[in-house]
Structure formats: structure tokens, C-alpha cells
Design a binder for this molecule. Structure first.
Ligand SMILES: [Zn+2]
Length: 496
């Protein structure tokens, strides 16, 4: 074979692709659109995740799953499986037909919430673990080698809830295990209502985390040939039974939440999403991290917004994008926007992968937020145009913007405390007050919502324009100024 020198150089200078694009696709999606495999393959998707076992049901029979895999693989895609181990509270699958069962079978037990109400899904009693172990073995026997447990694998109904199962059996076991007397029930419920991180609540959260970790390890052990991962919900953490430290060496999907235009369309929707992704990235490597790039209901997030979500993964150095939309596929027309956007992000990501954002604003999500907080972070500082960095310990310098729970419970943070209300106007005013301290830091001078990620080791700044219109930003760095233009919701790279 002959190569021209020019072609050879072009190959040698292209950084290796670091970003992978995955699609979660239901059997229904393939029935509705038999051309889907070739469409998504052309857009740049390489891996497809098929729904497997659903909380006690083989609604999609193993034979149907095997047949699905063949169809996707014939189109040149790798296939893996997503198990839905415990069931969601309510309809999170979004099936138009309403066919998949919404609750586990009758021989499973419902959980009890702290308010005494019964709920199906996101609770753990036998035989859920045993049946999930059998299910993963069955999936492994099909030749599947990668599987995720969907985000119903948690023990709280949703974000901000101090979970665990408050049924008589679980409360009795908790009381026995920690040597408490019968009065502990009221103590626990009272502290949970008040979101007070006392010893009883701490033990309760640890007890709940133990249950989920034991279940995960049992499923993992059931099929060691499968690389088993966990999908974590938006800001999912210990209060939902997810002791993040326990999942450090497995594939981990960072939690996102803004699945429709209404929620993602707000600036704080975007910064909340980025905040959660940055938090979860503390517990996994870039290579093992997956996004939750989701439209739900599937037609409620525009193609432009879905494409903009790809920027969050680039900023957080999440190497795998997982495109999801429940049972119903995203509109076919989305792919015309997503394909080019995926290629752009992949090229940009390859140039900045592995470089760590640095800056005077500190991203901190502490123990109190994780154990008893309401999962409403102070995230708008990410839109201030000042660089930030993710802290693994309570920050001791710079500026940290604490949530309610952390500001009450974290004494180590912040030598001096000021209150900056979480509005863009207040953050811009704060920026002007501290700008004299920003002499050796690149930052955006304008009062416009923009994420400024400074990567000193790459000698680059990434600016993510959070406006739905083209903007020009004045980027200051020491004595220097330059104008940077970015399209609506565009992520642009500036070489310093
Ligand atoms: Zn229980």
C-alpha cells in the first residue's frame, strides 16, 4: 500500500478518539424503525445497550434479547445489556404502548418510605437479589460481557430523599445491629424529617448502603465474566443507599436530570446538570465514566438541547456518552443534528482529555449534602465566567458556594463566610468585587452566562455559551484581552 506523505502526516497528527457514543435502545424502537441501526451507526454510535431483565420479569424474553443483539451486530454495532434490577417508583420507561409491567411481581415485597407509605421499586427484600443473580447469569450465558444496572438500583425514591426501607423488618434489623432500644425509631424519623446528620441517621444511611453494596457484589459475583456497572441518578449518593466509594472500580454513569426543554432550557438547569456530572466524576475514571444524555419523554428535548448536553460530558471529561430516551426512541430527525455535534465534541474532547480544570471557584459537594441534603446544589457559579475546580476535600482557599446542608454541617469550609444569593445578577456583582484578585486567572469579564473551564496543562480555556443566541465574550488573562465568539449553546476552545 502506498501513502502520500500528506495523508500520513494527517493521520499521525489526529489525536486518537477518546469519546465513545452509546445508545440505549429498546426492542420497541427497532420495531418502530427498522432502519435505526444504520441511522445511528452513520451518526457515530458504536455501542448499543438493550433492555434486559426488568425487576422480576423477563418481559423481553432472553430469546428476544438475543435476536435484537443479532440485528444490531449485523449493522456493525457492539451490544450490551441494561438490567433494571429493582423497578422504578412509577413509569420511568415511557412506553407508548404501556406494555411493560410497572411494578415487580407479587412475590416481591414493596418498601416503606419514611412517611409510612408503601412503594414498589427502589427497595430491596429477598428474593430481589437472588433473582437478579439468576438474571445476570442468564445474560452472561448469551455471551454478553458488559452490563449496567439501571438507576432504579438505589434505595430512595428520587433525588433529595433520605432513603432506606422503613418497614418493620428493616427497622428491627437496624435496631438490633446497632444495639439501639425501641425509641430509636422515633429518633430516626425525627432526624430524617429535620435532615439532621446525627449518629442515628449516619448509621441508618450506612446500613442502607450496606444492603445495596451487598446486592451489587452478589450480582457481580454471579457473572464475573461480565463487566458490571452502575447508573447513578442525578446527585445520587449515600442517602439513596449508593456509597459512591464502593463503585470506584466499575463503570459508572454520572447522574443527570434535565431531560426536557423546560428543565434544560434554564441556565440553572444546565449548571445543575454539570454540577452533578462533576460530582460523580470524583468517583470514577474518565474512561469508565458514562453520561446520562437523556430525552424524556423522548420527544420533549429538542435536538439542539440534546446536542448541547454533549458539552457537559466534554467539560467533565466523561468519555462515554449514553444516549437514552426510555422505551420510545428520540425523533429520527434528531440524528441529523446529533451526528455532526458528536463528531465536533469527539474532536474537541480528544484535544483536552485528561487535562484537569483549575480555578478559584471551588466545586464542593460535601458529606452533609450527600447524607441528608435536598439535592438542590448552588450550581449557578458555574455560569459566572470564572474558572472552577472540583475539590475532593473541603476547600481551604478560593471561593466555595455551599448548599444548605453543607453550609450548616461543614465547619471546615470557608474561613470567612459571605452570603451571595444564587442569582446571575448577584454572581456578576460578586465577580466585579473580586476581579482584582483574578490577575493570574483567565476569566470572562462580561455579565453573560458562560461556563469558563481553564485547563492550564493544555494551555486552553473552554467557554460554553449558555445563551440560546450567538454571543461574544471578552476573555481577560492578566493584561491581555481577547474577544471570543460562540454560537448558541456552543462549546468553544481558546488556546492561551
Ligand atoms: Zn423493608
Amino acid at each position: 500500500m502506498l501513502f502520500s506523505r500528506r495523508a500520513f502526516l494527517a493521520t499521525a497528527l489526529t489525536p486518537p478518539q477518546v469519546r465513545c457514543f452509546h445508545l440505549s435502545a429498546s426492542p420497541e424502537a427497532l420495531v418502530a424503525d427498522p432502519e435505526l441501526p444504520s441511522v445511528v451507526r452513520a451518526a457515530g454510535v458504536t455501542d448499543v445497550w438493550i433492555g434486559g431483565y426488568l425487576y422480576g420479569h423477563w418481559y423481553y424474553t432472553p430469546e428476544r434479547i438475543a435476536a435484537q443483539r443479532k440485528v444490531w451486530e449485523r449493522a456493525g454495532l457492539r451490544t450490551h445489556v441494561i438490567q433494571i434490577p429493582l423497578g422504578h417508583p412509577g413509569d420511568s420507561l415511557g412506553s407508548v404502548s404501556g406494555q411493560p409491567p410497572l411494578t415487580p411481581p407479587a412475590h416481591w415485597k414493596p418498601g416503606v418510605r419514611s412517611n409510612g407509605k408503601r412503594q414498589w421499586g427502589t427497595s430491596l427484600h429477598e428474593p430481589a437479589t437472588a433473582e437478579n443473580v439468576d438474571a445476570i447469569r442468564r445474560v452472561a450465558a448469551m455471551g454478553v460481557r458488559r452490563a449496567f444496572l439501571d438507576d432504579d438500583f438505589r434505595l430512595a425514591q428520587g433525588p433529595g430523599i433520605i432513603g432506606g426501607c422503613y418497614c418493620d423488618a428493616h427497622l428491627a434489623e437496624f435496631t438490633r445491629r446497632y444495639g439501639y432500644g425501641p425509641a430509636v425509631r422515633e429518633q430516626l424519623l425525627d432526624a430524617v424529617r429535620a435532615r439532621r446528620l446525627d449518629a442515628v441517621v449516619r448509621n441508618w444511611v450506612e446500613y442502607t448502603c450496606d444492603q445495596l453494596t451487598v446486592c451489587f457484589r452478589a450480582i457481580q459475583k454471579g457473572a464475573p465474566e461480565i463487566d458490571l456497572g452502575i447508573m447513578v441518578m442525578y446527585l445520587g449518593s449515600e442517602k439513596a443507599g449508593i456509597r459512591l466509594e464502593d463503585y470506584r472500580d466499575v463503570p459508572l454513569r454520572v447522574g443527570e436530570l434535565m431531560f426536557d426543554d423546560k428543565s434544560f432550557g434554564r441556565v440553572k438547569g444546565k449548571t445543575n446538570e454539570l454540577f452533578s456530572a462533576l460530582f460523580h466524576r470524583r468517583f470514577t475514571t474518565a474512561e469508565r465514566a458514562f453520561s446520562e444524555t437523556t430525552a424524556f419523554p423522548s420527544n420533549q428535548l429538542s435536538a439542539a438541547n440534546m446536542a448541547a448536553k454533549l458539552a457537559i460530558s466534554t467539560l467533565a471529561d466523561v468519555r462515554n456518552t449514553m444516549l437514552m430516551s426510555g422505551v420510545t426512541p428520540i425523533p429520527r430527525s434528531h440524528w441529523a443534528t446529533l451526528g455532526p455535534a458528536m463528531r465536533n465534541q469527539a474532536a474537541l474532547h480528544a484535544r483536552v482529555a485528561g487535562h484537569v480544570p483549575r480555578g478559584p471557584f471551588k466545586h464542593w459537594w460535601g458529606e452533609a449534602a450527600r447524607y441528608v441534603g435536598d439535592d438542590n446544589p448552588y450550581s449557578l457559579f458555574l455560569a459566572s465566567g470564572i474558572p472552577f475546580e472540583v475539590c475532593y476535600q473541603p476547600p481551604r482557599e478560593g471561593w466555595a458556594f455551599l448548599s444548605g446542608a453543607d453550609s450548616i454541617n461543614t465547619s471546615a469550609v470557608a474561613v470567612s463566610r459571605k452570603t451571595v444569593p444564587e442569582t446571575l445578577a448577584d454572581l456578576y456583582a460578586f465577580k466585579h468585587r473580586i476581579r482584582k484578585a483574578l490577575t493570574d486567572v483567565p476569566f470572562v469579564e462580561d455579565d453573560k452566562p458562560v461556563v469558563c473551564s481553564w485547563l492550564p496543562t493544555a494551555k486552553r480555556v473552554l467557554l460554553w455559551n449558555l445563551a440560546e443566541a450567538k454571543e461574544t465574550f471578552s476573555l481577560a488573562y492578566g493584561e491581555k484581552r481577547r474577544d471570543v465568539t460562540a454560537g448558541a449553546l456552543e462549546l468553544v476552545e481558546v488556546e492561551l
